[in-house]
Ligand binder design. Structure first.
Ligand code: FAD
Ligand code: DLZ
Length: 508
C-alpha cells in the first residue's frame, strides 16, 4: 500500500499536518514541469526561485526521513505536466492511493481533479493550511454579493482577534488608519536595503535553459536574491519588522527614483509559496507594536494588506472563476506598448517601475497600480495582455492573487467588483507621491504640447470616452465637473493630444 502525495511549487508549507509524522507508505512527489513554466512567459527569477525553493524543500523532507520523488526539468522520464506524469509515477511506486492539497489556481485545480479521477485510485484533497479563511467559505461568501474590502477585513480582525481592545472594538478607536499612510518620501529616513541573499543558482539556470524554457528579465543566477527556504524567509520577516515596519504605513504609497523597495516587506514570494504563514507575519508585526517598536497606523496598515486585501482577492477569485478571467467591462483592446518588455520609454515613472520589474521581478503596490496599471488602464490596453504581463513578470505572481488585482483593481475590467471606481490618476498623482517628475522628459504641468506628460491627456481621454458608464459613479462626480468646467478649446486640445499619443504609443 503506497500513497503518492503531490506537493506543488507554491505549496512549500513545512508546517503542514502531513509532515508531522514520517510514514513509510507515503511518497511525496514534486515535479518541475513545462505546463507550469510555459502557461505564461515568466520572469527568469520566478522560475529559478520556485525550482530552487522546491529543491531545498524536497531535500529538507528527505533529511527529516520522508520518502520523496523529485522530478527535475531535465529528467528524461518527465512528461511535463502534473497529469501526464501521474501514470508513470503510479506505476513506479505501485501506488494504491493519491492525495494532494487544494491547488490555488483554478486551471491546476481542474487538471488535478480530472487526473485523480482518471487514475481510478482512491484519492483525497486536503487544505494547504495556509489562508486565514478556507477556500470554500471564501467562495461561498462572495458568490452572490462581494462586500467592500473594509467590511470583510473588520470581520476577519474580529474573528482572529487582531488589534482589538478587550471589548472587541479596534485598537485606537478606528479600524483604518489609511489617511495617515499617504506621504511622499523625501529621502529621509533612508530606506534600509532588503536582506538580499547571494545564492549561486548558475547550475540550475543552465538546466532550465537547456530544457528550452523561455523567460523574461534578469536571471541574476550568480547572486540570486530571493529567500529560498523557511529559515531565510523568517530572516526576511525579522528584518522587515526590525528595520522597515515602523515607516511602512507612512510611505506605503510613495514612489521614488532612489529606492525601488522603500519600506515594503518583500515577503510576497515567501508568503505565496507558503514558506511563511500569514498568521506568523501578522503576529510578528503586532508583537512589534505591543513592544512600542512600531505605531498603530503602520501596524494596522500592514495587517490590512495581509488579513484584508490578500484574503479578500482570493475570495473573489474562487467565487468568480472561471468567468472572472474573461471580464472586459471597458471593452479594452489595445496592444500593450513594446516598452513594457524593455523599459525603453521617456516617461521616468514607467521607466523606473518597468526597469526594476525586469531587474528584480518586483515592483511595489503603487508602482503596479498607479504607474504601469494606470497607464494600461488609461490607454485602454487589452486586459488579457495586461494579465499575462503581470502574471509573468513578478516573482510573487500566481493567478489567484494576480487576476483580481490586475483585471479587477487595476483595469476595472470587472466593472467594480474589487474597487468601487477605476484607480486612475493624472500626472498630478505621480507628482504628489513621487520624485520621478523632476528629471522626466515630460512636463507634469502640461496637458498638451510637445512635452506634455501623457498621463494628463490620457486621463481625460479615458474619462471622456467612458463617460456613459462612469459618470453615474458618485466617486467620479468631481472629476466630471472639472472636465465640464474646462474651456471647450482646452478639452479639444487635450483629447487631440491623447489621440496623438495613442497613435504612437510605442514611441513614448
Ligand atoms: P507590502 O507592500 O510590503 O505588503 C505586505 C504584504 O501584503 C504583501 O507581501 C502581500 O502578501 C500583501 N498584499 C499587499 N497588497 C495586496 C493586494 N492588493 N493583494 C494581495 N495581497 C496584498 N500581489 C501578489 O502577491 N501577487 C501578485 O501577482 C500581485 N499582482 C498585483 C498586480 C497589480 C496590478 C496590483 C495593483 C497589485 C498586485 N499585487 C500582487 C499586490 C501587491 O502589489 C503585492 O502583494 C506587493 O507589492 C508585494 O510586495 P511586498 O511583499 O513588498 O508587499
Ligand atoms: C509557477 C510555477 C512554475 C513556473 N513551475 C512550477 C513547476 O514546475 N512545478 C510546480 O509544481 N509548480 C510550478 N509553479 C507553480 C504552479 O504554477 C502553481 O502551483 C499553480 O499555479 C497553482 O497555484
Amino acid at each position: 500500500m503506497t500513497c503518492l502525495r503531490l506537493i506543488l511549487g507554491d505549496q512549500l508549507n513545512a508546517r503542514h499536518a502531513w509532515l508531522r509524522e514520517r510514514r513509510d507508505d507515503v511518497v511525496y512527489v514534486l515535479m518541475e514541469v513545462r505546463s507550469e513554466t510555459d502557461y505564461v512567459r515568466h520572469h527568469a527569477q520566478k522560475v529559478l526561485g520556485i525550482f530552487a525553493a522546491m529543491r531545498r524543500f524536497a531535500e529538507a523532507l528527505v533529511q527529516a526521513g520522508h520518502r520523496v520523488e523529485y522530478v527535475r526539468i531535465g529528467d528524461p522520464r518527465n512528461r511535463h505536466g502534473f497529469a501526464t506524469n501521474l501514470p508513470w509515477l503510479i506505476g513506479q511506486f505501485g501506488a494504491t492511493r493519491l492525495e494532494r492539497m487544494e491547488a490555488d489556481e483554478w486551471r491546476v485545480e481542474q487538471a488535478l481533479t480530472e487526473a485523480f479521477a482518471a487514475s481510478g485510485l482512491p484519492h483525497a484533497v486536503v487544505s494547504a493550511e495556509h489562508f486565514l479563511l478556507e477556500r470554500d467559505e471564501a467562495a461561498k461568501r462572495f458568490a452572490t454579493k462581494v462586500p467592500r474590502m473594509e467590511f470583510f477585513y473588520r470581520e476577519l480582525r474580529r474573528r482572529h482577534a487582531i488589534l482589538l481592545e478587550a471589548d472587541g472594538e479596534p485598537r485606537g478607536g478606528r479600524w483604518n488608519f489609511d489617511v495617515e499612510n499617504r506621504a511622499k518620501w523625501p529621502g529621509d529616513p533612508p530606506a534600509p536595503p532588503w536582506p538580499w541573499q547571494k545564492h549561486d543558482l548558475r547550475q540550475l539556470w543552465d538546466e532550465i535553459t537547456a530544457a528550452g524554457v523561455q523567460t523574461m528579465g534578469e536571471p541574476s543566477a550568480g547572486a540570486f536574491g530571493w529567500p529560498l527556504s523557511r529559515r531565510e524567509a523568517k530572516a526576511w520577516l525579522a528584518d522587515f519588522v526590525a528595520h522597515r515596519l515602523a515607516q511602512f504605513g507612512r510611505f506605503q504609497d510613495a514612489l521614488s527614483e532612489h529606492s525601488s523597495t522603500l519600506f515594503h516587506a518583500g515577503l510576497s514570494f515567501a508568503l505565496n509559496t507558503k514558506m511563511l504563514h500569514p498568521r506568523e507575519v501578522i503576529e510578528a508585526a503586532v508583537t512589534a507594536f505591543e513592544r512600542g517598536e512600531a505605531d498603530l497606523a503602520a501596524t494596522e496598515g500592514f495587517v490590512r494588506q495581509i488579513l484584508g486585501w490578500r484574503e479578500y482577492v482570493r475570495g473573489i477569485y474562487w467565487a468568480r472563476m472561471p468567468g472572472y478571467a474573461t471580464l472586459n467591462t471597458l471593452d479594452a483592446g489595445r496592444t500593450l506598448p513594446a516598452w513594457f518588455w524593455t523599459a525603453d520609454t521617456r516617461m521616468a515613472c514607467l521607466r523606473a517601475a518597468i526597469g526594476q520589474s525586469l531587474q528584480l521581478g518586483y515592483a511595489h503596490h503603487i508602482e503596479r497600480l498607479m504607474v504601469t496599471g494606470n497607464f494600461a488602464l488609461l490607454a485602454g490596453c487589452d486586459p488579457d495582455e495586461v494579465d499575462r504581463w503581470y502574471l509573468g513578470i513578478y516573482v510573487d505572481a500566481f493567478e489567484w492573487v494576480e487576476l483580481p488585482n490586475t483585471r479587477g483593481m487595476s483595469q476595472f475590467a470587472d466593472g467594480g467588483i474589487v474597487g468601487s471606481k477605476p484607480y486612475s490618476g493624472s500626472a498630478a498623482y505621480s507628482h504628489r507621491q513621487s520624485d520621478h517628475c523632476e528629471g522626466c522628459h515630460y512636463r507634469h504641468t502640461l496637458r498638451h504640447g510637445e512635452r506634455a506628460c501623457p498621463f494628463n491627456s490620457l486621463y481625460w481621454h479615458f474619462h471622456a470616452r467612458h463617460r456613459g458608464l462612469l459618470d453615474r459613479n458618485p466617486r467620479l462626480g468631481m472629476t466630471y465637473r472639472n472636465w465640464d468646467r474646462m474651456e471647450p478649446g482646452e478639452r479639444t486640445a487635450t483629447l487631440a493630444q491623447a489621440e496623438s499619443y495613442l497613435a504612437r504609443v510605442d514611441e513614448l
